[in-house]
Design a protein around this ligand. Structure first.
Ligand code: NAG
Ligand code: NAG
Ligand code: NAG
Ligand code: NAG
Ligand code: NAG
Ligand code: NAG
Ligand code: NAG
Ligand code: NAG
Ligand code: NAG
Ligand code: NAG
Ligand code: NAG
Ligand code: NAG
Length: 592
């Protein structure tokens, strides 16, 4: 039993972490090996990114306050970083897995992430953040389950279902990258995948034969917790389950006021949790649909994900047309009203026993206002670029906090404008100078022609308002100051604005970006650097001992080789290798 021997070895090492200040919280350990495999989700063989040989990756399920160790092995022929959006990495942007915070993990190397999921619950997903790799896979669900001592604001579900939905191209990610590098548009995706699989053959003309589809098996009368993540590149999806109501209960770490939806728009990067009761008769199976939103349906028919919901006593296959989504190509009012209807459940306990709504964000004075405006793509220096405020971000060669620690001069600039720059768009390494403990307002003004998802790492923010047209000071009168949802990925409609409030209590350097992968790749991002001027060793962790060096500091890497060079795992066609260990220490949370 090689497996057991290996696990024991890991346990020995885990015991060594106990010297750290968060020792009282249990450790969980995952091993993720990233490699290329060939898969044919839409019937065309292509190179995809597998995690432990699986496409998509296995869900990582942890509990509030766990210390999480993820040993990542890079068997790709490219650099790799894994990011965990929504997982707040408190005081620990060193583990965030984006270029402004981490040097990349080179090919054929391993690197161990270690972070605590402090005071969090909810549904998130992890993915590779570099080189357009998310378009090839490498993603999986990341779930933070509540501690048993904190009750759920609903009856314990009878089972859990995870659905990763997203647009998909039959071209590999290198080819997609080349298209963007050549200044071209990616064009219409080739389909929508559900859990890495193509559509069920609901129509023999539209869906070719021989495509593997996802079947979700359920028991009649039972209620399931269904977690849905849009892991795609840039397509907003309308999600629905034929004949079934979906009771929305949670989004990206916060419980919502409970409302039934027959369909919900899920934008790129967003996660939602529903309770779905299997209360229909089993005369047939039912369709689960994720269809492209705000597009001409007759042109985009093939960009539809279809899975099957199958009762254990089902009498036959699903037949007939798919349940229709909203029919409002030129009127996005329905979608915006739906987004506004998502409210926080202010009386529910979240990760702590006190109600999650007891933080009165609506009465706190705003210390700074930033407008981040997106415009249609521009050409700068003969390359196609995407911008916020007229700046297309260039990643620093040395990660921001690492450069600070080693006093590297000029690694980045702290001069990010609070309003859109007038004048020609430019490439720059401008970063926002965030004030520690400030309470800021960020206005996302979308003058681009596509729906965008705005995301900030390290935080959740209150989505207090959104509307069409230009934001003005008087727009503040429309803000929801009581039960706005707190989340980490908000949609910004084209020709509209979204306003969010953020309490800057998490020191570090944090990525702000659009989740639309093409726009992000082309530079629509920046970072917010938040440093406690009275840092006493408690507001931010120091760099981890296994830190990788690059850029101006790459010569320091030499001393690190011993801890990173050994490749414990040989042969990349590993079977799924997945270790979960809990120490026996009490689940008492010690703040440190
Ligand atoms: C990726 O796609 C390009 C263009 O179709 C092709 O030339 C290349 O061989 C593909 N790479 C792999 C590893 O499949
Ligand atoms: C995650 O773990 C919890 C506690 O063990 C369990 O109740 C839940 O079903 C798991 N969720 C998934 C999606 O595996
Ligand atoms: C996983 O990472 C931890 C933390 O760096 C390390 O102590 C442990 O040895 C690693 N386990 C394996 C199997 O590499
Ligand atoms: C299949 O789709 C085609 C194209 O939209 C449509 O014309 C046809 O009626 C559909 N077939 C069935 C059986 O619904
Ligand atoms: C939601 O729909 C379910 C099933 O149709 C129903 O039983 C439940 O009462 C509804 N809940 C709310 C809050 O509307
Ligand atoms: C089962 O449900 C389907 C769809 O709602 C309906 O057409 C059918 O009549 C129902 N059958 C029974 C036996 O209730
Ligand atoms: C959708 O596309 C079809 C085919 O090009 C076209 O005939 C139709 O007018 C378009 N519909 C709308 C609403 O633009
Ligand atoms: C907020 O600002 C107002 C006006 O500037 C001031 O009167 C009030 O005391 C401030 N409130 C807090 C909580 O600081
Ligand atoms: C274009 O590139 C040159 C050389 O790399 C650089 O100096 C210049 O600032 C760039 N222009 C813009 C608008 O960013
Ligand atoms: C950043 O902001 C702080 C106040 O929060 C200020 O003291 C500092 O001078 C600013 N730094 C730069 C480079 O503007
Ligand atoms: C909205 O803002 C843009 C960019 O600043 C400006 O060009 C436009 O005129 C404004 N539109 C309205 C209706 O004020
Ligand atoms: C973008 O701004 C231009 C000019 O300010 C305006 O004409 C256009 O309607 C805006 N488009 C969107 C999608 O906001």
């Amino acid at each position: 039993m090689e497996f057991l021997g290996h696990s024991t070895w890991v346990l020995v090492h885990i015991a060594l972490f106990s010297g750290l200040c968060f020792a009282a919280d249990p450790f969980v350990n995952f091993e993720l090996t990233y490699s290329f495999i060939t898969a044919s989700p839409l019937g065309v063989p292509q190179q995809v990114i597998a995690v432990n040989g699986n496409f998509p990756g296995h869900p990582l399920n942890v509990t509030t306050n766990n210390n999480v160790v993820v040993n990542v092995t890079n068997k790709l022929n490219e650099d790799l970083l894994i990011t965990w959006p929504g997982v707040q990495m408190r005081r620990n942007s060193w583990q965030d897995g984006v270029l402004g915070t981490n040097c990349p993990i080179p090919s054929n190397r391993k690197w161990d992430y270690q972070f605590q999921v402090k005071d969090q619950i909810g549904s998130f997903f992890y993915f590779p953040s570099l080189n357009f790799q998310r378009a090839a896979g490498g993603f999986g669900s990341f779930i933070i389950t509540n501690r048993p001592v904190i009750s759920l604001p609903f009856a314990a579900p009878d089972g859990d279902i995870i659905l990763l939905i997203g647009d998909w191209y039959t071209q590999n990610h290198t080819a997609l990258r080349q298209t963007l590098n050549a200044g071209k548009d990616l064009g219409m995706p080739d389909g929508v995948l559900i859990n890495g699989k193509g559509p069920y053959r609901y129509n023999t003309t539209l869906v070719p034969d021989g495509i593997a589809y996802e079947t979700v098996s359920v028991e009649p009368g039972k209620t399931y917790r269904v977690r849905v993540h849009n892991v795609g590149i840039s397509t907003s999806l309308n999600f629905r389950i034929q004949n079934h109501n979906m009771l929305l209960v949670e989004t990206e770490g916060h419980y919502t006021s409970q409302q039934n939806y027959s369909n919900l728009d899920i934008h790129v990067g967003q996660s939602y949790t529903f309770l779905v009761t299997m209360d229909q008769n089993a005369s047939t199976d039912y369709y689960i649909v994720a269809s492209a939103r705000f597009v001409n349906e007759s042109l985009w028919q093939r960009v539809t994900g279809v899975a099957v919901l199958q009762y254990s006593n089902s009498k036959g296959a699903a037949t007939g047309p798919l349940p229709p989504g909203p029919d409002d190509l030129y009127d996005k009012t329905f979608s915006m009203n739906q987004a506004r209807s998502i409210r926080q459940n202010v009386s529910a306990s979240g990760a702590r026993p006190n109600p999650q709504g007891s933080f009165h964000y609506g009465s706190i004075n705003v210390t700074d206002t930033y407008v981040l405006r997106s415009m249609p793509l521009v050409t700068i220096n003969n390359t196609l670029r995407a911008t916020f405020n007229g700046i297309s971000f260039v990643n620093p060669e040395t990660p921001i906090r690492l450069a600070d620690q080693h006093k590297v001069k000029g690694a980045y600039k702290l001069d990010y404008p609070k309003k859109p720059l007038t004048g020609a768009p430019k490439l720059d390494i401008s970063v926002i100078n965030g004030t520690y403990k400030g309470f800021i307002e960020v206005i996302l003004q979308n003058n681009d022609t596509i729906m965008q998802s705005f995301h900030m790492d390290g935080y959740s923010f209150f989505v207090v308002g959104m509307d069409y047209g230009n934001w003005t000071e008087s727009s503040r009168g429309t803000y929801n100051k009581w039960d706005a949802i707190a989340r980490c990925t908000a949609q910004v409609f084209p020709g509209a604005w979204t306003a969010v409030l953020i309490s800057l209590d998490n020191a570090g350097a944090w990525n702000l970006r659009v989740e639309n992968l093409d726009r992000w790749y082309l530079g629509q991002e920046t970072y917010m650097r938040i440093v406690n001027p009275e840092e006493n060793g408690e507001t931010e962790f120091s760099a981890p001992s296994n830190i990788l060096y690059c850029g101006a500091l790459k010569n320091l890497q030499g001393s690190q080789n011993s801890s990173n060079a050994p490749m414990l795992i040989t042969g990349w066609k590993l079977k799924l290798f997945f270790t979960l260990l809990l120490t026996l220490s009490a689940a008492i949370s010690i703040s440190c």
